[in-house]
Write a protein that binds this ligand. Structure first.
Ligand SMILES: *Cc1c(COP(=O)(O)O)cnc(C)c1O
Length: 380
């Protein structure tokens, strides 16, 4: 079955006892046993929960993986992937990664003894070089499109360049979603998600997930999910699964709106740069066209007049709300230099291409005309 059908039906058969089309939400923490050790596969909800299993089955199918473990946040999913490694193991971080992933690597896991190096650029050669500098290379972690620069990394080319039996590739697929891009089919071993974003899609649930290429690869993650107790609650699983049902239609609209807005922004005054992978001038456009179904709902802009102009823009928009996060039905704007990337030293920020006038837009599914008019009046 095709993507949209699986998003609605996989892991979600009607309830056999009542015929309810939507499977019930299982809140019970424990399950009655017939005699000691004899039960229906469920003992205690940290270990097994039917609502969580529904979500996991659906996500595994959408990412074309064999198995999935759901987590209570994207960072909890990241934490489980990193805890599979041993002190002294070598880790290659993509050149542009989610700030929270960096913080976890540079504080908790640095103290824990991981050897972390960063690829100098998004080129496959840069990943290969970083890997070669490690004593005991074990894991490569990348995003595409990246946050907030929206660089495109050629996932297949990186996998081809770094893959060997002892090295696993993880792709944080939060920005693209499985509807637009399926890293496991391009050679990755694991996909990680913050389901808080597009998968939940309505800015009302925090969650995460790891999907593995094979059931065997998921085993250590499943062990950590239960043993360290990083599980999402059943209500949160239900909300993410409800979000998945409309993922395909929402993404089509997010992408359509973003394409129209990027085009309109390209003709507006006051901007030094419009970054959107769907624009032919974007350096990663050709790769994005090959590895993604469409170009996503995120746009970054750089205001020509720096910090004051960015601040004024972010306070004058009316449809876009000034807020962190992304991927919900409502449009959001954020100013990375003073919000998500405030802890990065200003020189480092600028060296990475995040100027003081940098603004990130999460384009929602409102009417595109209203979004265009909103940024136009804010820029004016
Ligand atoms: C939000 C986000 C995360 C972290 O997820 P949480 O659900 O906030 O813990 C990781 N990666 C990317 C790309 C994100 O946008």
């Amino acid at each position: 079955m095709k993507f949209s059908t699986r998003a609605i039906h996989t892991g979600q058969s009607a309830d056999p006892s009542t015929g309810a089309v939507i499977p019930p939400l299982y809140l019970s923490t424990t399950y009655q046993q017939e005699s000691p050790g004899v039960h229906k596969g469920y003992e205690y909800s940290r270990s097994q929960n039917p609502t969580r299993e529904s979500l996991e089955a659906c996500l595994a199918s959408l990412e074309a993986g064999e198995a999935c473990a759901a987590f209570c946040s994207g960072l909890a999913a990241t934490n489980a992937l990193l805890q599979m490694l041993r002190p002294g193991d070598g880790f290659v971080a993509g050149h542009d990664l989610y700030g929270g992933t960096f913080r976890l690597l540079n504080t908790v896991f640095k103290e824990w003894g991981l050897e972390v190096v960063r690829a100098e650029s998004g080129e496959p050669e840069a990943y290969k070089k970083a890997l070669a500098s490690l004593k005991r290379p074990r894991m490569v972690w990348l995003e595409s499109p990246t946050n907030p620069l929206l660089d495109i990394v050629d996932i297949k080319a990186v996998c081809d360049a770094v893959k060997r039996d002892s090295v696993q590739v993880v792709v944080d697929n939060t920005f693209a979603t499985p509807y637009l891009q399926q890293p496991l089919a391009l050679g990755a071993d694991y996909v990680m998600h913050s389901t808080t974003k597009y998968l939940g899609g309505h800015s009302d649930v925090i969650g995460g997930a790891v999907i593995a290429r094979t059931a065997e690869l998921l085993e250590p993650i499943r062990y950590l999910q239960n043993t360290a107790g990083l599980i999402p609650g059943p209500m949160d699983c239900y909300l993410v699964q409800r979000g998945l049902k409309t993922l395909a239609v929402r993404m089509d609209r997010h992408c359509g709106n973003a394409a129209q807005l990027a085009e309109a922004l390209s003709g507006m005054n006051g901007l030094a740069r419009v970054i959107y992978p769907g624009l032919p001038a974007h350096p990663g456009h050709a790769i994005a066209k090959r590895q993604m179904r469409s170009f996503g709902g995120m746009i970054s802009i750089e205001l020509a007049d720096g910090f004051e102009a960015a601040k004024s823009f972010c306070t004058k928009v009316k449809v876009f709300a000034l807020a962190e996060s992304l991927g919900g039905v409502e449009s959001l704007c954020s100013h990375p230099p003073s919000m998500t990337h405030a802890s990065v030293a200003p020189e480092d920020r600028r060296a990475r291409g995040i100027s003081d006038g940098f603004v990130r837009l999460s384009v929602g599914i409102e009417d595109a005309d209203d979004l265009i008019a909103d940024v136009q009046q804010a820029l004016a």
